[in-house]
Write a protein that binds this ligand. Sequence first.
Ligand code: PBG
Length: 424
Amino acid sequence: MASTVSFSPANVQMLQARSGHGHAAFGSCSAVPRAGSRLRSTAVRVSSEQEAAVRAPSGRTIEECEADAVAGKFPAPPPLVRPKAPEGTPQIRPLDMTKRPRRNRKSPALRAAFQETSISPANFVLPLFIHEGEDDAPIGAMPGCYRLGWRHGLLDEVYKARDVGVNSFVLFPKVPDALKSPTGDEAYNDNGLVPRTIRLLKDKFPDIVIYTDVALDPYSSDGHDGIVREDGVIMNDETVYQLCKQAVSQARAGADVVSPSDMMDGRVGALRSALDAEGFHDVSIMSYTAKYASSFYGPFREALDSNPRFGDKKTYQMNPANYREALIETAADEAEGADILLVKPGLPYLDIIRLLRDNSALPIAAYQVSGEYSMIKAGGALGMIDEQKVMMESLMCLRRAGADIILTYFARQAAGVLCGMGSK
Ligand code: PBG
């Protein structure tokens, strides 16, 4: 079924003659109004010089084409010829194929029409580091991120994020060493940094969604997510008991979603019961369902000074080599009443996001973690990659893999781009 029309050099000359400088030639100016309306109807921003330069393929301006149309001179059908190829281009017969997927990609309007995945600021959750201090302290390994003073810098950051459509936040506290202990009891102090901050935020911005982190590591003198026994074992059920107190304390302060990131067994069911017992039936649980023992968390641990004092987190976080095991965690979290399932890290674990997406009807969250953020920032700062484009692509890929929401340190910057404000 291939076309047998061939394009000889003569045809090309004819095109040049017709489209050159003519009053008589209305060649392809029918394309012009379409091109013009495309520029207006999409989010693509075109500078005024570019707009002034929009011309019909005949070389005439939009105004000239419009004047002709008003005068009743309508364009002739476009000639069946191809523009000139560079000298030396091989003269060949067109390939014999009925399917040419490039047809659906040939213009911005077609590409936009067939785009399968979209992304909006509503999909973002911005993680925020907070501390007791008055000033904002930059985090060395995460350019653009700060430990925010809970009373000033934090409010300012939330204000700016809301300005570009980001309304969801997850809080991570940097706790002074003096408040850390082996059992992490500061985690459920109703007047601790996190509950106090939640109350302040909810007072100022009642419509935002506040996610909290449920885990002992910021409060643990051992830097682990759970209570560490003398022999180094992380005690599961005793830790879950503490986490329940922590989540209830956060709910009391006004948290909308509590997010256990600790990877203890049975914590989702226990949290659900503890919340319900206190009347917090409407507080959601976003479970870190598939959280891997990843080296991509390095910058985060620097930010919170929460590196494990000894050993690693491999007895509770998952082995990065494992795929099927994520299904075991998914089944448990669903059965125990999780409202949202989270995969972490993000980009290196797209297969796991897709696995959960295909095996659960629950919303899926992806966490683009600190190391992913820092790599893109570093590559951009060194001029090796285009930071803004790689940022947007990485977030789109997380959506394509199946994530409904994305926890990302880029939330504000990316939302700014989506709002047409460029970067920063
Ligand atoms: C700890 C926690 C970690 C992150 C979120 N919650 C670190 C860890 O498990 O050691 C990492 C987030 C990031 O790297 O951006 N409960």
